[in-house]
Design a protein around this ligand. Structure first.
Ligand SMILES: Nc1ncnc2c1ncn2[C@@H]1O[C@H](COP(=O)(O)OP(=O)(O)OP(=O)(O)O)[C@@H](O)[C@H]1O
Ligand SMILES: [Mg+2]
Length: 268
């Protein structure tokens, strides 16, 4: 039987601001990409020392996991297969665990690797051409882990908190870093700013929407509203879809996955 040709899409969910839904978006995007087509293989890589994504969808607490991303990044001879946890709370989504030990990784790879921005890219190379989507949940800073995500990615999304007074403040710094990373990853392509916790009735959200369009040019044509269901879904270690299929935000994440699949030319 002919092997399926897979064009792997590696999508970084990045913003150095904290609490802008990077993790929530990563998890629910993974879930819905896996749902789009049962053939889709989806890997979530938790790049954040807080390891919130791993706590949410992992079957074990990240502190119990030896084969985590920190170990993968510091060990050039690591066998990637051991780090892929196929059994998670979300069917069809494989996890590479984050952990607190990621905190020490930038210092180690800066000293030991001649290309410290490109360690992740080298380590996950065996997945390219094999899995459909790799989603990178970035930490809330512009440090080496975020740079590794952007250097490995084919695409990126910047979630922007629409209802926050300084929602766009400081994002020029992120764009400046991305421009630098493009020198080593010229193919990196922007899927858009994603307006989150958005309420189109509020003037602040309307202002931020307008500013995001002028600042980023590309804005994802799906808005994510605010809902208490997100916190509920975290509390029970489920995706929004598993908690409440009919919730407005569940449907918005379905639309986001469809947009991502379409915009990346991926399998639907
Ligand atoms: N659509 C939403 N409506 C309401 N609350 C939300 C929504 N999305 C996320 N949240 C909540 O906002 C908080 C921040 O979300 P999340 O952890 O996904 O952000 P983050 O950008 O990953 O944060 P960090 O920068 O700390 O990694 C969490 O408490 C989460 O439950
Ligand atoms: Mg997070």
């Amino acid at each position: 039987m002919a092997q399926r040709v897979v064009k792997t899409k590696i999508i970084a969910i990045a913003n150095h601001k904290g609490g802008v839904t990077k993790t929530t978006t990563s998890i629910n995007l993974c879930d819905n990409l896996a749902q789009l087509n049962e053939r889709n293989t989806v890997v979530l890589i938790d790049m954040d020392p807080q390891a919130n994504a791993s706590k949410h969808i992992g079957l074990d607490h990240p502190a119990k996991i030896t084969f985590n991303l920190a170990e993968l990044l510091v060990n050039p001879t690591a066998d990637l297969k051991a780090f892929l946890y196929e059994d998670t709370q979300i069917e069809g989504v494989t996890l590479i665990y984050g952990s607190l030990s990621l905190e020490t990784v930038p210092d180690i790879i800066k000293q030991e690797d001649p290309r410290p921005n490109e360690v992740l890219k080298a380590r996950i190379a065996p997945l390219v051409g094999v899995v459909d989507y790799i989603i990178l949940d970035c930490p809330p800073n512009l440090g080496l882990l975020t740079m590794n995500a952007l250097a490995a990615a084919t695409h990126y999304i910047i979630p922007v908190e629409s209802g926050a007074a300084y929602g766009l403040y400081g994002l020029a710094d992120l764009q400046e870093r991305i421009n630098r990373i493009k020198k080593i990853n010229p193919e990196l392509s922007f899927l858009g700013a994603l307006l989150v916790k958005h309420d189109s009735r509020l003037t602040l959200c309307q202002d931020n929407e307008r500013d995001a369009i002028s600042m980023f040019g590309t804005v994802v044509p799906v808005r994510i509203s605010q809902t208490s269901k997100v916190n509920q879904s975290i509390a029970i270690s489920r995706s929004l879809r598993m908690l409440d299929r009919n919730n407005k935000v569940t449907k918005q994440y379905v639309e986001l996955a469809a947009y991502v699949a379409e915009a990346t030319g991926g399998s639907k």
